[in-house]
Design a protein around this ligand. Structure first.
Ligand SMILES: *Cc1c(COP(=O)(O)O)cnc(C)c1O
Length: 416
């Protein structure tokens, strides 16, 4: 699909073509059945009517269909938050004694989810550096059942060699989950061969800081070379046999969403759909602005503050940015200020840029990482996640890029 086709798809995929043009909000928690026979057919999955809002409702379904289309999945499941989508995917496919391989740096919540919460329930995780392929392959030869990776590390800004990781996961029949929060539309992991894509729709998809949400997109199961048929996934085989190509949707619904209930609500789904209508347009602007802002700040900030962005020639993943991320790598750039004091001084003098723990918003946002999202992590873990004492994460928004540049240059100069 050409990038501009996303604009066409997105503005026409929500709402109806007559009467109400905007999507309808159906807030009902319960849905009636016309007869006991109909109730039975709905519960058996034979009739695709809404059953009960915990396992799906019309407004949420509309959002799910749109996201499934833009990611090229067989279906999607919207959740109450991005963490909800990640928890759903992990708990649906894994159980006690299973192992997860986490490659590269991670969002703080994802790290604590796998390293603390999942661990308490007997799911163990290993961590590998992004390009340590010998270690990655060694782990995959073992008993790992799922690999987790971010399409662009938040906030490490590491760019993975996704084709190579996909190839390895396929060779060892291991599920690959890609957190694509930072790069909706511009990176399409399912089309590349990943198995599960997860988004925090709170971020760029929604864009307005108005709706918390998440979504997991699943691929169709295959008739040949289906990695889920590997004996290590034997507890999933009954569902695989019964549900055909939509098995992965059924696995998420029946083994996580139904029983844990991280379900999306209609109003958040509606707001997310409003955001989605302009996602392609906003991202086009933002991925251009982030390059402009990174370059200008690289030239104009005082020498004690370093700009990190893959579009800059000095970034370790610059070559991969040029070859694999031709449509950009999202809204984030980071500023290495050297120390917490320098970072705080810079942030205190920002006037336009908003300080908050969000990314992908229409407004430009900034946050000191080590004192906020990563405050409870020990120094080794922070290093492994790419977080230093002086790191400030910036998510570039829709403002005139010159206004963003001016705000940072002024704040950095005044506070020097
Ligand atoms: C924000 C974020 C999450 C968590 O999403 P929430 O909607 O805040 O629960 C997960 N992964 C990444 C990469 C994120 O940026």
């Amino acid at each position: 699909m050409k990038y501009d086709d996303f604009n066409t798809l997105l503005v026409h995929s929500t709402g109806s073509r007559t009467r109400a043009i905007a999507p309808a909000i159906v807030p009902s928690a319960a849905f009636g059945y016309e007869s006991p026979q109909e109730a039975e057919a709905i519960f058996s999955g034979e009739l695709p009517h809404p059953l009960y809002a915990r396992v799906g409702s019309p407004t949420v379904t509309q959002l799910e269909n749109t996201v499934a289309r833009i990611e090229g999945g067989i279906g999607a499941i919207a959740t109450s938050s991005g963490m909800g989508a990640l928890s759903m995917a992990l708990t649906a496919f894994l159980g006690v004694g299973d192992e997860v391989l986490c490659i590269g740096g991670f969002f703080g919540g994802t790290y604590t989810l796998v390293n603390e919460t999942m661990r308490r329930f007997g799911i163990h995780s290993h961590f590998c550096a992004l390009d340590d392929f010998s270690q990655i392959e060694k782990r995959l030869q073992g008993t790992v059942k799922m690999v987790l990776i971010e399409s662009v590390g938040n906030p490490s800004l590491q760019l993975p060699d996704l084709p190579r990781i996909i190839q390895l996961c396929n060779r060892y029949n291991t599920l690959l989950l890609v957190d694509n929060t930072v790069t909706p539309l511009t990176t399409r992991p399912l089309e590349m061969g990943a198995d599960i894509v997860v988004h925090s729709s709170t971020k760029a998809m929604s864009g307005h800081s108005a709706a918390l949400g998440g979504v997991a997109v699943l691929r169709a199961t295959k008739t040949e070379n289906e990695k889920l048929r590997d004996p290590k996934y034997k507890d999933l085989h009954p569902l695989l046999k019964k549900m055909g190509e939509k098995s992965m949707i059924a696995i998420c619904k029946k083994r996580a969403l139904r029983d844990i209930g991280m379900s999306a609500n209609a109003f958040a789904a509606f707001l997310t759909m409003l955001g989605l209508e302009t996602l392609a347009l906003r991202l086009e602007r933002i991925t251009q602005s982030v390059v402009t802002v990174a370059q200008a700040l690289h030239e104009q900030l005082p020498p004690d503050i370093q700009v990190l962005h893959p579009s800059l020639a000095n970034h370790p993943d610059h070559q991969r940015y040029l070859s694999d991320y031709t449509e950009g790598c999202g809204s984030i750039l980071t500023l290495e200020c050297g120390s917490r004091e320098r970072a705080f001084a810079l942030l205190e003098h920002l006037e336009l840029v908003i300080q908050t723990a969000n990314i992908g918003d229409n407004r430009t946002l900034a946050l000191h990482m080590a004192s906020t999202i990563y405050r409870e992590f020990d120094p080794d873990t922070r290093t492994c996640l790419g977080v230093t004492e002086g790191l400030v994460r910036v998510s570039v928004g829709l403002e005139n890029p010159q206004a963003i540049i001016d705000d940072f240059v002024k704040a950095a100069t005044v506070s020097a």
